[in-house]
Structures are given as structure tokens and as C-alpha cells.
Write a protein that binds this ligand. Structure first.
Ligand SMILES: *Cc1c(COP(=O)(O)O)cnc(C)c1O
Length: 330
């Protein structure tokens, strides 16, 4: 299978780059508990991500665990996000026993500011998640709408910047202006999805409260060592992100050439498109038969009716996907 379904980075590291981190992992003291504060790793993450000096940091076993800590902190109150959006917000809210409110996006997949402000007024959410860029739609919501949400929110607003390497835009620099604003990042889409490491930046007092819900050894010693070594020399991952952004533009242009598809803009490492003639589920199935696996979003229904999502792969993988798609749509 050519796997283009999960926004994974298709590239690996060179032999010498691998040796650099495997040497560090080889020296890990696995008989000892990990540093519960992961200090060395946090120093490296700060240097890489450049949050404001005043911002505090909390690490999670993937952003998924951070979403869970936030949901537990929101105790018996409402969690709000946008639909279509990242499924984990709703799933984790429900597992944690919170009520979830999904606010529908506009037809162009941007935030409906009026509808959102009404929903905030009505539900008084303790927590609002804004994936920026959004998954599965791949766009960045307008900053104007987000500013209105931040101004109106009675609780925390978390900007989830999982796709930052591909969007290269951020809310980190405005963190200090808004006490209740937090920014979440992850190393998953950078090419380290297997390590499970997410980061939350925010006001030190609020981060301190959420940190009370964190299990002390949530970042294991192998992840701490490997991520520290790899992110100390981030050039290889940055080059890969450059290449993926370039490939995204190529793939976007190719997809735009199909009359039978509607292609949505992308600031991420994946592209959402709609099948205008025929059935997306059939297209998805026919691609899979040709051993190309993408993601069928059509099963979610609603605004994603007849939509498919493809992750940007290597030039070779993208060509194979396009060839298969051409034959399926012919
Ligand atoms: C992929 C993704 C994440 C990453 O989650 P991890 O648990 O860090 O792998 C977070 N948010 C969004 C919107 C995503 O699409």
C-alpha cells in the first residue's frame, strides 16, 4: 500500500542522522524513572519553537494526551470546537465525561463568526479548540474570526498548531497578550509521529493548574532522549517540510486540473477535495484496489459529503496516486 491517509511525513532520516539519535537512546538509563520535568528536552523545544520567554510549557504523550488533560481540567463543563474538525476533541471530551458542542463552519470551511459568538454566549464553554490549520479541511481560519472568539470566550482558547511546519504561521507571538490563550504543537507531523510528543504553551499559572493533572512520567526516557537529539539538529526535518510544501503545490495544481473535482486550499501537508461526479466512497475503494490508501471523509456526511483527503507524499507516491486517480475517474 502507498499510505497517504494519516498525514505522516513520508521521509526518514539518513544513516548518519539516525546514528546521532540512536547513540543518545543507547545511553539512556532505562533502569531510572525519566525526568518528570523533561528539562533537557524542554530547553531544546524552546530553542526550536521560540515561544515568548514568559510562556510556560507542558509536555504530553502526543497532543492527544494534552487534549485529555485540558478536558479533565474543564471538569463537567462544555468543550467547543468546529465541525468538520479534528475528531479527537469530541472523542476525548466525551470519554472525559464533558459535553461537546461542535459549531458548524461556513461553506468555505471558515469560521462563522456570528454563529460562533452566539454559541459561546449560549454554552459558555470552558474550553474552545481551534485547529489552525484545521483538519480535515486543511485551511487556516481567518484571524479576524479568531480574534472575536478570543475576546468573547469565558474560558481557555487553545490554538492547535499541529501543522505549523507546513503553515509557518503562529499565535505564539500573541500569547502574552491574552492570558487565556494557549498554543499547542506536536512533533508528529514534523516526522516524529512514533515518538508521541506534544507541547502546550501558555500562561504559567494556568499551565501550572493543568500540570496537576499530568501523570509525572508521561514522557518516557526513550522519547526524551530521541527527541532531544533529533530536535537539537532540526535541519533535516526542516528540509523535509520544505520539500513537502513544494510537493503540496505540485499536487494541488495537478488535482485542480481534474474537472470532476473541487479542490480546497491547503496550508497543511494534506489536501481535501470533493468528487463532483460520482461517488467518493467508490473512488476511495477503487484507489485502494490499486494499492493507494487515502482517507474517505465522505462517511462523516454533512459538509464532507463526497470528500476525500490525501496526505502529501514523496514525488513518487504523489505520481502513483495521481495515476491511479486518473484511471479511476476516467
Ligand atoms: C494530527 C493532529 C494532531 C497530532 O496529535 P498527536 O497526538 O500529537 O499525534 C493534533 N491536532 C490535530 C488537529 C491533528 O490533525
Amino acid at each position: 500500500m502507498i499510505k497517504l491517509d494519516a498525514m505522516e511525513n513520508p521521509y526518514t532520516l539518513s544513516e548518519s542522522e539516525r546514528r546521532h539519535w540512536t547513540d543518545k537512546v543507547a545511553s539512556a538509563e532505562i533502569n531510572r524513572y525519566p525526568d518528570p520535568q523533561a528539562r533537557e528536552l524542554k530547553t531544546v523545544l524552546r530553542a526550536l519553537m521560540q515561544p515568548p520567554a514568559q510562556a510556560a510549557m507542558l509536555l504530553g504523550n502526543g497532543s492527544d494526551e494534552i487534549i485529555q488533560m485540558l478536558a479533565l481540567a474543564a471538569k463537567e463543563r462544555i468543550i467547543m470546537a468546529f465541525e468538520p474538525g479534528f475528531a479527537m476533541y469530541r472523542m476525548i471530551a466525551e470519554f472525559a465525561g464533558m459535553k461537546y458542542v461542535g459549531v458548524p463552519l461556513n461553506d468555505d470551511f471558515d469560521i462563522d463568526a456570528t454563529g460562533t459568538l452566539e454559541a459561546i454566549e449560549q454554552h459558555q464553554p470552558a474550553l474552545i479548540f481551534i485547529a489552525w490549520p484545521n483538519n480535515p479541511t486543511a485551511n487556516c481560519f481567518s484571524r479576524e474570526a479568531i480574534a472575536q472568539i478570543i475576546a468573547a470566550a469565558p474560558g481557555l482558547v487553545v490554538i492547535d498548531e499541529a501543522y505549523h511546519p507546513f503553515a509557518q504561521d503562529t499565535y505564539l507571538d500573541v500569547l502574552v497578550r491574552h492570558e487565556k490563550l494557549m498554543v499547542m504543537r506536536t512533533v508528529s507531523k514534523m516526522g516524529l509521529a512514533g515518538l508521541r510528543l506534544g507541547v502546550l504553551f501558555g500562561d504559567p499559572l494556568l499551565i501550572g493548574e493543568i500540570d496537576k493533572l499530568r501523570l509525572p512520567y508521561n514522557i518516557n526516557v526513550l522519547t526524551q532522549q530521541a527527541a532531544t537529539a533529533i530536535l537539537q539538529q532540526p535541519q533535516a526535518l526542516a528540509r523535509q517540510a520544505d520539500e513537502i510544501r513544494q510537493q503540496r503545490e505540485n499536487l494541488m495544481n495537478e488535482l485542480a486540473g481534474f474537472d470532476s473535482l473541487q479542490v480546497y486550499p491547503s496550508q497543511a501537508n494534506f489536501i481535501l477535495f470533493r468528487v463532483l461526479q460520482g461517488d467518493a466512497t467508490a473512488v476511495f475503494g477503487a484507489l485502494r484496489q490499486q494499492r493507494v490508501l487515502i482517507k474517505n471523509m465522505s462517511t462523516a456526511g454533512g459538509m464532507l459529503h463526497n470528500c476525500l483527503r490525501v496526505t502529501v507524499g514523496t514525488p513518487q507516491q504523489n505520481r502513483a496516486f495521481l495515476t491511479a486517480l486518473r484511471s479511476v475517474l476516467a
